[in-house]
Design a protein around this ligand. Sequence first.
Ligand code: 3PY
Ligand code: MG
Length: 260
Amino acid sequence: MNNLKTRLQNGRMVAGPFIKFANPGLVEIYGKAGFDFVVIDTEHGPHSIETVENLVRAAELAGISPVVRVRRNEPSLISRVMDVGAEGILVPQVTGGADALSAVKAAKFAPEGERGMCCYVRSASYSHENKFDYFKRTNRDNVIIILIEGKQGLENLDQIIGVPGIDVLFIGPYDLSQSLGLPGQIDHPLVREKMREVVSKAHLAGLAVGTFVDNLEAVALWSAMGVQFIAYSVDAGIIYQASREIVSRIQEEFKASRQQ
Ligand code: 3PY
Ligand code: MG
């Protein structure tokens, strides 16, 4: 079984950043740093399918799990990223049971689903792997992550949770805050309260939960609630923040040296 699924099923916390830059070296750095996964973002990132494929390759080489966020809940987008080797998919804006079921079906071959069949793709080792083994293995191993990030998703949460085959319910705090009339206020008590409700319901049903955070206080908050899948910030944000901190320190040192 692939690493990400095993770690989730063993109740371990996993963490990784969203990726907007099309740079395989960056994926390798995240692997060396010890992250568990990267989320290659095609909803808010510019990546073409060829770029996704190369970032997936880099992730495999670096021993880090490649997850891809698809642009929308659409079967051909889901099977395409799985065909190039994504270990997991993140499906945005899931609003109800039918929507969640459609995502699961697009990600699994029969009998669990109706994923478009091709065994000459990269994820099937270009037909090197026995096709029947391939169908079984990918159905078993791929990680399906459903994004709850709107009022409708909250209202229909019970239906969504009832769909078999979902591995992680992922709460998108930004879109959720917007949908609740509090755009961008991801720390607002109402947004937090709704997020806690999702966590509790998912845990009661035995589902792992994930969310997006961009600071370590939020990691502490959500991991204490048992949130297992922590998407930590975005490559762009991590590089910007580290650069700002370095520049501030340099400016302080310059100031101090002038005062001597
Ligand atoms: C959101 O917050 O809306 C997301 O999609 C995840 O960051
Ligand atoms: Mg979102």
